[in-house]
Design a protein around this ligand. Sequence first.
Ligand SMILES: NC(=O)c1ccc[n+]([C@@H]2O[C@H](COP(=O)([O-])OP(=O)(O)OC[C@H]3O[C@@H](n4cnc5c(N)ncnc54)[C@H](O)[C@@H]3O)[C@@H](O)[C@H]2O)c1
Length: 381
Amino acid sequence: MSTPQPVRIGVVGAGLMGRELAGVCGRWTALVDHPVQPTIVAVADPVPVARDWFRRLASVETFADSWQPLLEDPSIDVLYLAVPHHLHESLYLDAIAAGKDFLAEKPFGIDLPAAERIAHAVAGSSCFVRVSSEFPFYPGALRAFAFAASGALGDILDVRSQFAHSSDLDRGKGINWKRRVETCGEIGVMGDLGLHVAHVPLRLGYRPETVYAMLDKVVTHRPGPDGAPVPCDTWDNALLACRVPSLDPADERLFSMLWETRRIAPGQMNSWSFEALGMDGGVRFSTRSPSVLQRFALRDGEQVWEEVQPGNASAWPTITGGIFEFGFTDALLQMWASYFAERTGALGSRFGTATVQEALDAHRVFAAALASQASGTAVAP
Ligand SMILES: NC(=O)c1ccc[n+]([C@@H]2O[C@H](COP(=O)([O-])OP(=O)(O)OC[C@H]3O[C@@H](n4cnc5c(N)ncnc54)[C@H](O)[C@@H]3O)[C@@H](O)[C@H]2O)c1
């Protein structure tokens, strides 16, 4: 084994996701022979209690109340940018202007025009930029992707990509930035969960030609900091019914694809799922049952759904035995392993983190969904 390349990371936004990266780096030794060794050396957050959480990491040298010192620090190789959506554009553009590589959080700008400006700046730079989307790194999801990509489905009939949780079922849950248009964006739940459902279909080449959207605002007010109700004006749930051109250029048929993102999905804790059915085969995977992948085939005239147990066979091998079950934090470790490997040119044929183009294409679909909701018609992205 060759010595891993050290990479010094600066974290901008020391909230939920910033702390998850600290957990990922702490577990990095679980990876076998990864070419990179990342270390968090700096953190920026205007909220002292948020950045002080990082004092438990002996490696952190810089605690800043703004992102500028991290952008100006030549010793920092990679930034993780995990701030509320209304700050994405200014932060990402500043990082590009400073020549920094980064993993951006989704949705990559508060709306489509912001995403276009960021993507334009990335294209004019040499910065290595990818966008966070970890669920496809479950072994079962990777197998589902590979099965669909292999052509085993034949002519595609239906695709369903879903992310559903119930964190907003409780009407008494307080307001936060993710529930306000000003800070989360007009696209609401699609900004929060949409790239998670778009990543695999877009990577498979399933590009919506039209979108018919059913968007729901269910809880219109939530308790503010003093308990008084304040407007909660984002979309809670979004169901996008898309028509998609066949992957076969000789076939003019369109197939159906549903993208579902729900913050209020009774009975769902935090489930990502992908299902694709074709004339020759089908595949289903949900993080709700992470140890099982289902495949459909016609065998000797019988219609057979079979269960495959992918085990802990991740793209980047770990010390964890293959029989053990995989989870959310494992998916984050694998996504970061993928990001750093691709940055050093060592990704090979493995599944890669979501690209800037995929984030942009997802935004185009979400913008079309808003137009569809307003007009009551199907809209082309
Ligand atoms: N990939 C995933 O599974 C996943 C999950 C949740 C959130 N996210 C994304 O991560 C990003 C952050 O979400 P979160 O859940 O961590 O939010 P959060 O509210 O927990 O954390 C955001 C942090 O950003 C800080 N911040 C605000 N202004 C800042 C500034 N000017 N400079 C530096 N820091 C600043 C806040 O103080 C806060 O600590 C969002 O884009 C969100 O969509 C991704």
